[in-house]
Design a protein around this ligand. Structure first.
Ligand code: ADP
Length: 595
């Protein structure tokens, strides 16, 4: 019933008004009734005195009862009331309403008794003569000694009551009108009081539901009221503006933090007290090949299945102290530097994991180490051989011209191998650092293949191998530095010759690139029927110094394919190999067509 301020104020007011008005009405009507009756009494007294003065001579001179009766009737009609003249004995001398002669002695009437004793008497009682209730006032007609008689005037109570009833009705009507006006006023005041509160409530609700904007509380609220609610609205507006500034500041901080977090190259996880992931960044997604959609809210141990990481997190959680460790996951391969730190009081039980991915750095380091060890290894053999030959010469072989000549020839070979390796290394490093200027021209694939094959045909024939070309007429030109790309083909054909036993065949092909990645390119291939490459070694053959079969590769440096890969990639192309051990290998590369 009192759930809203408006109804509380209205209903309280209305009850209060009704009680007050009702009390006031009853009081006024009682008071008016009393006043009215008193007023009527005093009117009756005046009338009785006047009549008493008028009939005094009549009573003194023993006047004719007829004339007294007539006087009674005369004054009764003049004053519109009942008039009775009674002798001090109680005998009725005249009466305006009845027949005086027939009326009984009135000396027992209380008002008469009182008047004869005290000069004036009154009573309200039932009239035997008239058969109605009357208001009586009797006044003794004074003389020197005993009263001469009594004048009694009376008004029927019914008339007085109906006057009073009318008066009370008027009071009731006035009360009702006043109550209605007061009720209306109460409702109006209640509405005026409650309205700004309602607006405020709406604004607070907007804040609570997050749909909040600055200045939401209408300025009319403040303008319309200058009372406590107006002040409240004003303070609320200030608070709202302050809140909004803070929300905006927080939001911009959040955006910045998110941007930093997402752009970071280090992976970040925040794991809650229950071990579930409550935040992760893009780098973390990339490192562990997971998606935040599936990882958020899921157990860390379930998402990242590496026990080293889980143990580190667990240890940090148990000790409450920051932990760090280098974690290597060889299967991936991944090499990570992980720091686990508790978030402390900010978020008790939550752990921050910072993951630095050092895999590439590690790989580069390993490649560099491998490179140095490879190059030392490659240099050691010719150098040791040179050293042995020089020693042998110094120890006397120099004096044997035939032996000396052979030794010098071998020394020359070793020096050639060394200088080939040095020049290839130099070439590779120049290509890698982008220092080799490529002289692009529209080049015919057919010419390219023909020249490369021509350079090696003799060598192939000597090795007992057939070599053929398969290049359709009308193949589009490619955009290439012809001499460099010819060198790539020579390297591949040279390898095919080296790794194919006599009697085998080599086929050099060119055709338009087929699948979607190779559209707009010409695909070259060098196929042999040689020894092939083991499947596990296939992915590594393009690395520097990589040789599958050291005994067979002979004077090879292991740099030929690395140079070929770099050169093809410098042309915007791609190189790869397919092979079946014991059956042969096919090397492919594709080069973009000329515009
Ligand atoms: P190399 O100068 O030693 O030939 P490459 O870089 O040209 O060095 O080749 C690397 C390794 O790949 C070789 O040592 C060989 O083991 C392997 N290889 C290359 N081409 C072939 C081929 N056609 N058939 C079999 N193995 C090959």
């Amino acid at each position: 019933m009192f759930r809203s301020i408006r109804s509380r104020i209205t209903i309280t007011f209305v009850i209060l008004i009704i009680i007050t008005m009702l009390g006031l009405g009853i009081f006024i009507s009682q008071h008016s009734r009393r006043e009215y009756l008193q007023h009527q009494q005093s009117e009756l007294a005046i009338a009785a005195r006047m009549i008493s003065d008028a009939i005094l001579p009549g009573l003194q001179g023993n006047a004719d009862p007829q004339s007294l009766d007539a006087q009674a009737k005369y004054y009764a009609s003049l004053l519109d009331m009942r008039v009775t003249i009674i002798a001090s004995s109680g005998e009725v001398l005249g009466d305006s309403e009845g027949n005086a002669a027939q009326m009984e002695n009135h000396n027992d009437r209380p008002e008469i008794v009182q008047a004869l004793a005290q000069g004036q008497g009154n009573s309200t009682r039932f009239s035997d003569t008239l058969g109605v209730s009357m208001l009586y006032l009797a006044m003794a007609v004074p003389s020197n000694e005993e009263p001469l008689g009594v004048v009694r005037v009376a008004l029927p109570l019914q008339k007085l009551e109906s006057d009073i009833y009318r008066m009370q009705q008027t009071i009731l009507l006035a009360t009702l009108i006043a109550a209605a006006l007061a009720t209306f006023l109460a409702a109006f005041i209640a509405e005026r009081t409650a309205h700004p509160l309602k607006e405020l409530t709406k604004a607070v609700e907007e804040i609570a539901t997050g749909k909040f904007k600055t200045g939401f509380v209408a300025s009319s609220l403040i303008a319309s009221t200058h009372d406590e609610i107006g002040k409240l609205a004003q303070v609320f507006n200030q608070m709202a503006a302050h809140l909004n500034t803070q929300i905006n500041a927080l939001e911009s901080e959040r955006v910045k933090t998110t941007a930093v977090l997402q752009e970071m190259s280090d992976g970040v996880f925040i794991i809650d007290a229950e071990g579930k992931i409550c935040l992760l960044n893009l780098a973390a997604e990339r490192i562990f090949a997971i998606s935040s959609d599936t990882a958020l809210g899921v157990s860390f141990a379930e998402v990242v299945r590496y026990h080293q990481l889980i143990e580190l997190w667990q240890h940090c959680k148990d000790t409450g102290e920051a932990q760090s460790a280098a974690v290597e996951i060889p299967d991936k391969p991944l090499y990570l530097l992980v720091i686990a730190a508790p978030l402390g009081k900010v978020a008790p039980g939550n752990i921050l994991l910072l993951i630095q991915n050092l895999t590439r750095l590690r790989q580069t380091e390993r490649t560099r180490r491998d490179f140095i060890s490879n190059i030392s290894h490659e240099l050691r053999t010719p150098l040791a051989s040179l050293k042995a030959l020089t020693e042998t010469l110094q120890e006397g072989a120099m004096n044997d011209p035939t032996a000396a000549h052979r030794f010098l020839q071998r020394m020359e070979k070793e020096v050639d191998a060394l200088s080939l390796m040095v020049s290839e290394l130099l070439e590779l490093s120049r290509i890698e650092s982008g220092q080799v200027p490529l002289n692009y021209k529209a080049t015919s694939p057919h010419d390219l293949i023909a020249q490369a094959v021509e350079r090696l045909r003799l060598q192939a024939e000597r090795a007992g191998l057939t070599i053929n070309i398969d290049c359709p007429i009308g193949l589009p030109n490619i955009q290439a530095d012809a001499s460099r790309l010819e060198q790539v083909l020579v390297n591949l054909i040279h390898n095919a010759i080296k790794f194919t036993p006599a009697g085998g065949g080599i086929s050099v092909k060119a055709q338009p690139g087929e699948n979607e990645h190779k559209l707009g390119t010409v695909q070259f291939s060098v196929q042999d029927t040689g020894i092939g490459i083991p499947a596990n070694e296939l992915p590594r053959i393009f690395e520097r110094f990589y040789k599958t079969d050291r005994s067979r590769s002979g004077g090879g440096t292991g740099l030929g394919l690395a140079i070929a890969r770099h050169m093809v990639e410098a042309h915007g192309g791609k190189i790869w190999a397919e092979s079946q051990e014991g059956q042969g290998s096919t090397f492919y590369f594709c080069i973009p067509m000329a515009q």
